[in-house]
Design a protein around this ligand. Structure first.
Ligand code: ZN
Length: 365
């Protein structure tokens, strides 16, 4: 009889959990404005989040024994043991204390939000200060992350219907969250599906006096077999492929009001020399740092760090790069870009590259 009850209890637990994941599909989308990327509820006078749905999103293996109430979480260097009802946890053998006990509500396991910092430490490392870099930029405290396209401009569209504007909005918000977790002042040019004229994007970065401008895009090519990622900095002289890509990414200029376009062209003449020479070295370094971080974390093929005349980068009065996170025109590329876990990993890799660049500028590596 006892065994029968336990089996039933187990079934009930798994049923509730998967129902939660199913219903909670959209709940993993980060809330605009908040740094904590999962929905929270109030328990024990503080913010708690559902632990196992987060594990599913972030690829953490878990094992829960309802008899002993012990939950084991494992991923690479993560080896945590938690006990429902207790605030003490074992982190690879070291006992740590949470701000509140692990708890169960409606068959869902909840933990204080502070636990996420132990499971997935932010990508930033702040090593000791070494030699000063040869860059003009001496510190990086704020970043504007530009989510490409939006509204009436969908950007590239995959064969299965995935739109570039939707993917890059999600990835840009995840990059912002990761940078904020590292203590940087980070913002995105858009937090919803709206059209923003290209010059208006860097203008916000200029007004906020941001230190860096990073524009996120997904690429497309008529040759559907091409896959990989690329990073661009601003330049006028380019190869044919880069010129063709710039023409595609600059297309929204055509659908903007023509007055603005004319104003933009004259502004370009004024600022071009100044901006181009002042930030070029930093932009190229930033592009390389992001490229190395994405290669290392994602095992992706870096198709190149290249120069191209992107309109969105031209107005930025700070080091600026454009990251093409993958090819939406490639079947495998589209499948990966649709995956939440992949987007999170990509965002962490980009943020990690920005943090590496920050440490380099500040003479810490
Ligand atoms: Zn684009």
């Amino acid at each position: 009889m006892k065994g029968c009850f336990l089996r039933y209890k187990n079934l009930f637990f798994y049923f509730s959990f998967f129902t939660f994941i199913f219903l909670g599909g959209c709940a993993t989308v980060p809330r605009a404005g908040g740094v904590f990327p999962y929905p929270t509820i109030s328990m024990h006078d503080q913010a708690y989040f559902a632990l196992l749905p987060m594990c599913e999103v972030e690829g953490i293996k878990w094992d829960y024994d309802p008899l002993s109430k012990v939950l084991i979480l494992k991923k690479e260097k993560v080896d945590l043991r938690l006990l429902v009802g207790s605030a003490a946890i074992s982190d690879a053998g070291t006992i740590k204390k949470l701000s509140g006990p692990i708890d169960i509500k409606n068959s869902v396991i909840y933990a204080p939000t502070g636990l996420r910092g132990i499971i997935t430490p932010p990508v930033c490392k702040f090593p000791e200060k070494k030699a000063v870099s040869d860059l003009y930029l001496r510190s990086v405290d704020s970043v504007i992350v530009d989510a490409g396209h939006g509204g009436k401009d969908p950007g590239a569209i995959g064969k299965q219907g995935l739109k570039e504007k939707d993917v890059v909005l999600d990835v840009a918000q995840r990059v912002r969250q990761e940078l904020a977790r590292c203590g940087l002042e980070a913002d995105t040019t858009r937090s919803s599906d709206v059209f923003i004229p290209l010059p208006g994007r860097s203008q916000e970065a200029n007004e906020k006096k941001a230190d860096l401008f990073v524009s996120i895009h997904a690429n497309a090519n008529r040759s559907r077999w091409i896959e990989g990622f690329e990073i661009y900095y601003l330049t006028e002289s380019v190869d044919d492929d880069a010129r063709a890509l710039a023409a595609a990414e600059n297309a929204p200029l055509e659908i903007e009001d023509s007055n603005l376009h004319t104003r933009w062209l004259s502004l370009k003449a004024m600022l071009w020399d100044l901006v181009y020479t002042e930030n070029r070295k930093e932009s190229i370094e930033l592009a390389h740092f992001i490229g190395r971080a994405v290669c290392k974390k994602m095992g992706l093929k870096l198709l190149g760090v290249k120069g191209a005349p992107f309109a969105v980068l031209k107005g930025a009065r700070m080091p600026a790069v454009l990251v093409e996170i993958g090819y939406i025109s490639n079947r495998d590329g589209e499948r990966k870009l649709r995956d939440t876990q992949y987007r999170q990993a990509m965002a962490e890799a980009i943020a990690g590259g920005i943090m590496d660049f920050k440490n380099y500028c500040e003479g810490k590596r």
